[in-house]
Design a protein around this ligand. Structure first.
Ligand SMILES: [Zn+2]
Length: 308
């Protein structure tokens, strides 16, 4: 069924689906909030995969766009409240909002989850593309920009900031410095390096980061571990459950060959250890377990989620 343009009304999040999932992980509680949905070119999302194959899984509208989610994971450890990724935010120019049809819903979604911005202790960005760190800061009607989460310590990779500042032809459109420069200037954002992560990957007990390069050179996966349970927010290494085949990499990936190798490396642990895999851009399947089908291909298996 092709999606309409503007997006089919059924695809727009309503109050009842602002919370995408909520479930326990060991002693932690995971809540998947959303900044809403947006539309991207299906060909760009599936790289060299023929449309005849990907469109069976995720239909394109009459402009070849597919519906994607903007999932933000809220982790309550009992000691800290942690936010992984902050969606597109409210700083997109009008023209980009028209193209993406995004809805700027994260503040509403967090309120629906019973969370006030002041309660967030830590914000983690897997990388600094516009659709991952948009609500790090908020644009106000007078043009000022302030941190959305005033009491949070923010963490991102220093290499992402350096890359964004280069404003290269290939991807300058993806890096909007108001999403991070004010936080770096104020000291509110800590910049990680591969060396600092190798010395100590832990942000707080149970939450750690691991480089999974390929989509960008320094993209981070976020591990969440409690009482022998393990979830991983894998960022844009595997943006949706439709991207689990190691070779179904994106046109957006800076190094698709590295992405294939990193996906295989990820599965070596995620499958046998039965991790809960958290997908950034899958609106309908924000979390799943990965198993191998009878052809040996990784597939998403629904989690059996108790409602809290
Ligand atoms: Zn993304």
């Amino acid at each position: 069924m092709p999606l309409g343009t503007p997006p089919h009304p059924a695809t727009r999040p309503t109050d009842s689906n602002l919370l995408r999932a909520r479930f326990p992980l060991g002693d932690f509680e995971i809540t998947i909030c959303t900044d809403g949905t947006y539309l991207l070119d299906g060909g760009a999302m599936f790289g060299v995969v023929p449309k005849t194959l990907w469109s069976k899984r995720t239909p394109a509208d009459d402009q070849n766009r597919i519906l994607l989610g903007l999932n933000t994971v809220l982790v309550r450890t009992g000691k800290q409240t942690i936010l992984i990724e902050t969606g597109i935010g409210n700083k997109q120019p009008e023209k980009m909002r028209e193209i993406h049809q995004n809805q700027e819903l994260l503040p509403t979604s967090l309120a629906a989850a019973g969370i006030r911005p002041e309660e967030i202790d830590i914000v983690l960005n897997t990388h600094l593309h516009f659709d991952h760190c948009g609500w790090n800061t908020t644009l106000h009607p007078d043009g000022s920009i302030t941190p959305t989460f005033p009491n949070a310590r923010y963490f991102a990779h220093a290499g992402e900031v350096e890359h964004g500042h280069l404003q290269l032809d290939r991807d300058r459109i993806s890096y909007l410095s108001p999403n991070y420069d004010p936080l770096i200037a104020s000291g509110q954002m800590t910049l990680l390096t591969n060396d600092s992560i190798a010395r100590n990957p832990e942000i707080v007990p149970g939450i750690s980061v691991e480089p999974f390069p390929g989509h960008t050179a320094q993209m981070l996966g976020i591990h969440i571990e409690s009482a022998s349970q393990h979830a991983c927010y894998i960022g844009d290494l595997i943006p949706t459950a439709h991207h689990l085949d190691p070779t179904w990499v994106m046109g957006y990936d800076l190094d698709p060959v590295e992405c294939i190798a990193q996906r295989k490396r990820f599965y070596q642990r995620a499958i046998p250890e039965q991790w809960t895999v958290l997908f950034t851009h899958d609106h309908h399947t924000p979390a799943a377990r990965v198993t191998l089908n009878d052809k040996g291909k990784p597939v998403a298996t629904a989690l059996e989620l108790p409602h809290l």
